[in-house]
Each structure stands twice: as C-alpha cells, then as structure tokens.
Design a protein around this ligand. Structure first.
Ligand SMILES: [Zn+2]
Length: 248
C-alpha cells in the first residue's frame, strides 16, 4: 500500500459507522481529497480530536485501491477559537465551501490552499471584523481563479472614468457613467481604492486596510456577488453566515 505524507486542512468531517469518520482534506500535494479515519472515535487510536473540521497538520495517508485511509495526523494548528465563536465558525465553513467550489476534487492548487489557510488564521487570531476577512477572501479567490476585475479603465469603453464610477458584476469591472447599466453598483472612491488594495497587496499586508462600515458593507455586497457569478453557484453557508452575523 502506498503511503502519502502531506500538509492539509480538514474542510469537512462527518461520522460514519460506529467508530469511524470521513474527512475531506484540502492537501498541499494532492488538492482536495476524501479519506476515511477508521477508529476515529475509539480512544485507543486517538485520532478523534484531530479529525475535527479545520484541523491543520501533517497527514499520513495509505492509498488502498484508490481509497485513502488516514494513518496519522500530526496536528499543527487546531484553530480552536472557531469552536467558541459561531460567527467565525460559520464564516470559515463558507470559505471552505467557496474553496471547494473553486478547486474541485483532486486538483492541486497551492494558491487557493495558502489563501484559505491564511484566511482561517486571520479569522481566528487577528482582531478584524469577519465581514472584512470575507470580502478579502472572496476577491482574492476570484483573482486566484483568473477573474481579476478591471479596475483602472471602464470595462466597456476603456476610457479612464472621470466622473462617477460603477462596478458591474457581469462585465467584471468598473464602468464609467455613460456605460453604466441597470444593476451596476455605484462605487465610492474609498471602495474603489479598497478593492484595488485588496487585489494588489502582498499576502501579509492584505488585511491591514482601514475602511468605515459603509465601505465594508458595499465591498461585501460586491465581492459576494462577484465570486458567486464566477463560480456560478449560490451558497447556503453564506445565507447561514449572514443570518448568524446579523443576529450577533
Ligand atoms: Zn465606459
């Protein structure tokens, strides 16, 4: 039986049978894979606590006829703050859903892997509103997939807009006043600058921008429509996140 060692982040975990569980892991070397953790809930094997969703670590898999079995998980980070904060947890579940939809099974994508990991880390340990983390993740995930919005010139007539500017989800960028269409979203200068920053800043500085609540609300609306348009999907976990966030 072939052994495979790789770093990975569990993005789904469900019990199955009496003592086992199935996990979906975003791995560094193989992309997203499913694997069985046998005896996960038996005290003897001790894999139970480490097969929780959002455990990050070094995984040792055995491949038997195309099915993966977890032999060992050396936990590097348990992201425990997620267990104590339902808003953060629901945001993390939505991010994992987005990553899964963007990458699919068995496609190695270290850009998205790193983005997801850094985002969950920021969500847990940086004192930043989850809506900001969310909008940054949505924009950067779209960019990782090659859907970088046009932000300097009008996406229709290619002029440099002088007056008001609008963001158009379907056109994938900004529109000038004469090209705006019904449904285009009016952008403030602060929101325009923030989107440019989010898409160009280096990873470490990505969350260090300041914006007031109106700007964040505007960005959040644009980025979630933008990523949903490109992945051609709606996400129940987004509705759930918004419901929980709204009532907290
Ligand atoms: Zn135009």
């Amino acid at each position: 039986m072939e052994s495979i060692k790789t770093k990975g982040l569990i993005i789904k975990s469900s019990d199955y049978g009496e003592a086992n569980c199935m996990i979906t892991v975003f791995t560094e070397n193989m992309g997203i894979v499913s694997a069985g953790v046998y005896g996960a809930r038996s005290k003897k094997r001790g894999l139970g606590a480490s097969s929780r969703i959002f455990t990050f670590g070094e995984f040792l898999f055995k491949n038997s006829g195309g099915r993966l079995r977890v032999e060992e998980i050396a936990v590097r980070e348990g992201f425990f703050p997620l267990c104590e904060d339902i808003v953060k947890l629901s945001a993390a579940v939505y991010f994992a859903d987005l990553a899964y939809a963007a990458v699919g099974m068995h496609n190695k994508d270290n850009g998205v892997f790193r983005l997801l990991l850094n985002t969950i880390y920021a969500l847990c340990y940086n004192d930043i509103d989850s809506d900001v983390v969310k909008t940054v993740f949505e924009f950067r995930l779209a960019a990782e997939g090659g859907y970088l919005p046009v932000l300097d010139l009008c996406a229709a007539c290619e002029c440099e807009p002088q007056g008001e500017i609008y963001f158009d989800i379907e056109r994938g960028g900004i529109l000038c006043e004469s090209c705006r269409r019904p449904g285009s979203i009016k952008l403030t200068t602060a929101a325009h600058t923030a989107i440019k920053y989010i898409l160009s800043a280096e990873d470490k500085k990505i969350l260090s921008f300041k914006a007031d609540n109106n700007v964040i609300a505007l960005l959040a609306n644009i980025s979630e429509q933008y990523i949903s348009e490109h992945l051609d999907r709606k996400f129940k976990s987004l509705d759930y996140y918004k419901k929980i966030k709204g009532s907290n």
